[in-house]
Design a protein around this ligand. Structure first.
Ligand SMILES: [Zn+2]
Length: 255
């Protein structure tokens, strides 16, 4: 394959209990295997937050963020770490954002509220955090939850670049398209459910344009090669494939 690939949505891990792959007893994935799998598929950069480990409270978020920076020391510039913030801890989150900026971190998330005890992207605490992020040139990656709340959030924070993960199926796909048409600041990443149904990618390209779609997998939960094949197997142009597989992530993250 001649395309460079950037996986916008991965979950690297430092500790065994942060590893999210489902069949590790037969396909062990460690810190080294993670990078080997990426390299084998031509992935030049992989992005995302460390999750897992059943952490609670802001101390847990803090530890995951420090683990992400430790992983960047191991992987070098190939890994674009994503930081956690939490709407119940606005002051602490803003301090983490400052620390992220000082350390050249360009990504918030993927945030996974359901795993960290919150649920509403339109809540006041998260809104305050997004206000604080304005002008800091960071991208915010979000697990798709209630789409009405996501729409409210995106409309209220037009200067923030959001990437919504996991397009879903049926009515959810239509709602993502509706939000993206209203909000130029919303992008979509294909991880999880984004490529399972044939034609879904062409639908998004037709409705919102290939410039708004980023390749992502959710590796090590999902099979990297299958997702690359999913993009290559859609009836879209070579230029559109290149935008989705790498150029859009390069533009947004200034790689
Ligand atoms: Zn994820």
């Amino acid at each position: 394959m001649s395309f460079e690939v950037i996986d916008f949505h991965t979950h690297p891990f430092l500790k065994p209990n942060q590893q999210l792959g489902a069949f590790c007893e037969v396909t062990p994935i460690g810190v080294e295997e993670f990078a080997e799998d990426m390299a084998r598929e031509n992935v030049t950069h992989f992005c995302g937050s460390v999750i897992g480990g059943g952490v609670k409270g802001f101390d847990g978020m803090f530890d995951l963020n420090r683990d992400a920076l430790a992983l960047r020391k191991i992987y070098g510039d190939k890994y674009i770490p994503g930081f956690h913030v939490h709407p119940d801890y606005v002051e602490e989150s803003c301090k983490e954002i400052d620390y992220a900026v000082e350390n050249g971190v360009k990504l918030i998330g993927e945030l996974v509220p359901y795993a960290h005890g919150w649920s509403d992207y339109s809540c006041p605490g998260f809104s305050e955090i997004l206000d604080y992020l304005e002008g800091k040139d960071m991208v915010v990656s979000l697990h798709t939850m209630d789409q009405e709340q996501m729409e409210q959030m995106a409309l209220a924070h037009k200067n923030i670049t959001f990437v919504f993960a996991h397009p879903g199926e049926g009515a959810k796909v239509g709602k993502h398209i509706e939000i993206m048409k209203k909000c130029d600041n919303v992008y979509l990443d294909l991880s999880g459910t984004g490529l399972v149904r044939y034609g879904i990618l062409r639908k998004f390209v037709k409705e919102v344009g290939a410039e708004r779609i980023l390749f992502g997998t959710d590796y090590p939960i999902c099979n990297l090669k299958m997702y690359i094949a999913g993009v290559l197997g859609e009836k879209i142009t070579e230029d559109e494939k290149e935008l989705i597989l790498s150029k859009n992530a390069k533009r947004l993250l200034k790689i």
